[in-house]
Design a protein around this ligand. Structure first.
Ligand SMILES: Cc1cc2nc3c(=O)[nH]c(=O)nc-3n(C[C@H](O)[C@H](O)[C@H](O)COP(=O)(O)OP(=O)(O)OC[C@H]3O[C@@H](n4cnc5c(N)ncnc54)[C@H](O)[C@@H]3O)c2cc1C
Length: 324
């Protein structure tokens, strides 16, 4: 089978990662166009039912290595390298995320493969896969092909949509002998994803908080403003997520989530290109920024120049009063 192999990451309860499910759906679609099949690799203690259930995303086979720990890259490189070489697999696809990057990079080195990272789209051309990768601060797209097999394709977060097709996958259990260096690290504990309960993708109204909020406490005001709307949530720029002011689950942009709410209200956000790519499809964009030359005003429907510490509380009060 000269197919496409996808690594499907799961948490300790056996729930599969959203980006992995998107990659499975994408691989199944591409495999259909290539006239081949898509398969998944899973490690750890996943039940037969859970493994077969990945067929719902279009893969026909699931390679399962029960003796390998989830969450550590090197042992998973061993598993994937074995599956790829023994089954003549042409491409490995990852849905993004730090572990996917790490495994993809390790696999590239192990197999002497070609790799493309931060891929936003994959297409079929002349019976081969071509990866689209934004370059030059996302102002241009490069088409990347592969001169040898396998080709390693690592998607950007949220690049691939999940499509449920129904169906059940065949399980192939593997007994993988790990490389010596793959046994040097041990998983002690896997923490919960920070702020996993923030759902910025489902909100109609998003308050996007930036460094202009000044501190983690500054987000109290953004939360109060969000509370004045129905079906709303608070999102953030990478600068504030990196500073630990807001959880990663709420990050918008190139290395965060892509959103398209009815209203995106940016407070203290400069509008860097890496942020813009994640929110530019919002129906209405309103920005509050004290700098009249802030780039965000270039793609806002309404720009308010001023101090957010004065404007935001008044706006919150006015909205609450209107709601009654
Ligand atoms: C490879 C790479 C990937 C990246 N990925 C992402 C990503 O996914 N998402 C992302 O957001 N960024 C990303 N970045 C970072 C991005 O380049 C910017 O640094 C970041 O978006 C800036 O965040 P910010 O707007 O909060 O901060 P700043 O750029 O510092 O802007 C703060 C703004 O607040 C305004 N301000 C300050 N005080 C007030 C006040 N009192 N009232 C009103 N306005 C005020 C200022 O005028 C300024 O415009 C990435 C960068 C790189 C290199």
């Amino acid at each position: 089978m000269a197919g496409i192999l996808v690594y499907a990451l799961h948490d300790d309860e056996g729930n599969f990662n959203k980006n992995s499910l998107g990659a499975l759906s994408e691989a199944a679609k591409l495999a259909g166009e290539l006239g081949t099949e898509a398969a998944a690799v899973i490690v750890g203690d996943i039940s037969d039912e859970g493994a077969q259930g990945l067929g719902n995303y279009g893969v026909t086979k699931v390679y399962r290595a029960k003796n390998v720990t989830e969450g550590l890259a090197q042992p998973i490189v061993d598993v994937m390298a074995k599956v790829i070489t023994e089954n003549d697999i042409s491409y490995a696809l990852f849905g993004g995320g730090l572990l996917g990057f790490e495994i993809g990079a390790g696999l590239t080195a192990r197999l002497g493969a070609g790799v493309t990272m931060e891929v936003t789209k994959v297409k079929v051309d002349g019976g081969k896969l071509i990866s689209e990768r934004p370059i030059l601060q996302d102002s241009q797209i490069a088409d990347v092909g592969y001169v040898s097999e396998p080709g390693i394709i690592i998607g950007r977060l949220n690049a691939f949509d999940i499509k449920e097709t129904g169906g059940s996958a065949e399980i192939v259990d593997l007994d993988v002998e790990l490389s010596e260096w793959s046994t040097k690290a041990q998983m002690i504990t896997r923490g919960e994803q920070r702020g996993a309960d923030i759902d910025i993708e489902a909100a109609d109204v998003l308050i996007g908080g930036g460094r202009g909020l000044g501190s983690a406490e500054g987000f109290d005001g953004a939360e109060a403003l969000a509370g004045a709307f129905d079906n709303s949530a608070v999102a953030a720029t990478r600068a504030v997520v990196d500073a630990g002011w807001w959880p990663y689950a709420g990050q918008i942009g190139q290395t965060g989530k892509t959103v398209a709410p009815k209203l995106y209200l940016a407070v203290g956000v400069s509008g860097a290109i890496q942020h813009k790519v994640g929110m530019q499809n919002s129906e209405n964009i309103v920005a509050i920024n004290k700098d009249p030359n802030a780039p965000i005003f270039e793609f806002s429907d309404l720009g308010i120049v001023g101090d957010l510490n004065k404007i935001m509380p008044k706006l919150t009060e006015a909205l609450k009063a209107r709601k009654g």
